[in-house]
Design a protein around this ligand. Sequence first.
Ligand SMILES: [Zn+2]
Length: 223
Amino acid sequence: MSRFIRRAAVSAGALLIEALYPGRVACALCNREAILNEQNLCASCAASLQPCGIVPSSPPLDGLVAAYRYKGGVIAGIHALKYNKQTRLAPFFAEAIDLPPEWRIDVVIPVPLHPFKKWLRTYNQSERIASSLARKWSLPTRDSLLRRTRFTRTQTALDEFERAKNVARAFSASPAVKGLRVLLVDDVTTTQSTLLACAAALKEAGASHIYAACACFAAKEPE
Ligand SMILES: [Zn+2]
């Protein structure tokens, strides 16, 4: 009986919240019901945001920027964008990426998924971020200029050396990139191994400069 009353009280509570805050009441990042700010974020996710900006990078990458540090609420947001089809989060991250004007980008290319992985997931989260970013900066996107030719293991459990080995020679670029200043787009970078492997393939195909923009940058060591 008490369980029935509790369940009734819970659903009455949910109805009351719906009546008080009609429409969207779940935080865009953590999906918890809360009072939201103008970005649709709860107070705890909003307070946890750490804007990132320029991140040191090494050749063949000519520069790297990220919207946020991979901490706090954005971790749940990246997970939702990547695995739970929450593609509405792509503009949220793209909006926070600032491109240095001296990069003078010609074309935006998302880090490709292997076609089988894309088929399983139904979409590529990096493509969604790339198209939002390209729209914001009025740049063209060309997904077809870079392909993933090898099916690679997921990087999550690998260390820096293993990650580099895992993605080496996994990409192939079209000769149509010759002379272009390319902006690569990815969701999260930690060791930059995927971006470096993409940049190597693009430079081998003749691209002149390779820059990268990521939604989040995860520091290798805890700070
Ligand atoms: Zn939240």
